[in-house]
Write a protein that binds this ligand. Structure first.
Ligand code: NAP
Length: 245
């Protein structure tokens, strides 16, 4: 494959694709938002920071044409995905969305699906020890909770936080045993998560099932219409090879 690939990252899948492309000698430029203080960097060239909205990205693509734009950002990185779709369309850049599948409910699960973090905060009324695993951003939605709240994030979350919050700073993957121990230690009786999907952080769902604890699951934002979507690194590679003819 010749020509550069712009890979919008910040996920394990993006790193996996960058590794696979670098191993094939493909010129890959990974782009990170710069939110994480100490990111795990992919192989190949890396740029960090926003492009300046749809127009900023479109201008960047005009100045730096690429053979393909692969958007492998997190399923909840809604803005970047919308900007990428529009900028690719405006500049005629071949565009692929790599997004891992969402989690599936299994026998023994008690999931309560909600549409937003605000709805999730409403859904935990009546529980005493809430485990919030939705990441550092958007925690303000939970600021009004008066019960014990355990927050886990990679970097320290910013206020406002609920008044009785315990913060655990950790980066996955987590094992089921670790999750069971953490939930028992904090007497967790409900887990709040986004439907991020993937294996790295699914142990909390297994632990909740084993403990008989409900899970408040925030729906993914919808994808912009008309985009080509694959769910695995292998399928993204196949798409790139097909594009290369
Ligand atoms: P977002 O709300 O969709 O994006 C906000 C802005 O951040 C974008 O408009 C863009 O700025 C910039 N941005 C986002 N991803 C970028 C990238 N890969 N390269 C360059 N600029 C980027 O995104 P977010 O939810 O804050 O996520 C930020 C990053 O964290 C993404 O890389 C995502 O994959 C990763 N992440 C997100 C979550 C989550 O739950 N949202 C979880 C794990 C990892 P401009 O408009 O200036 O271009």
């Amino acid at each position: 494959m010749t020509g550069r690939v712009l890979l919008l990252g910040g996920t394990g899948e993006a790193r996996g694709l960058a590794e696979a492309l670098a191993a094939e000698g493909v010129d890959v430029l990974s782009s990170l938002a710069g939110r994480t203080a100490d990111p795990v960097l992919p192989p190949g060239e890396v740029r960090i920071g926003g492009f300046g909205g749809t127009e900023g990205l479109a201008d960047w693509l005009r100045a730096n044409p690429v053979r393909a734009l692969v958007d492998a950002t997190h399923p909840f990185a809604r803005e970047m995905t919308e900007h990428a779709a529009r900028a690719a369309a405006r500049t005629g850049t071949p565009h692929l969305r790599l997004q891992r599948p969402g989690w599936r409910e299994q026998p023994g699960d008690d999931w309560r699906r909600v549409g937003s973090l605000e709805e999730a905060a409403g859904a935990v009324a009546g529980f005493a020890h809430v485990f919030v695993t939705t990441g550092r951003t958007g925690l303000g939605a939970f600021a009004g909770l008066t019960q014990e709240v355990l927050v886990r994030a990679v970097d320290p979350p910013e206020p406002p936080l609920p008044p009785r919050t315990t913060v655990v700073l950790e980066r996955g993957p987590f094992s089921v045993d670790d999750e069971l121990a953490l939930m028992r230690e904090h007497a967790v009786d409900v887990v709040v998560t986004k439907d991020s999907g993937g294996h790295l952080t699914e142990a909390k769902l297994t632990a909740a099932r084993q403990l008989g604890i409900p899970v408040v699951m925030v729906h993914r934002p919808p994808l912009p219409p008309g985009m080509t979507v694959v769910e695995t690194v292998e399928d993204a590679l196949a798409w790139l090879r097909a594009q290369a003819g």
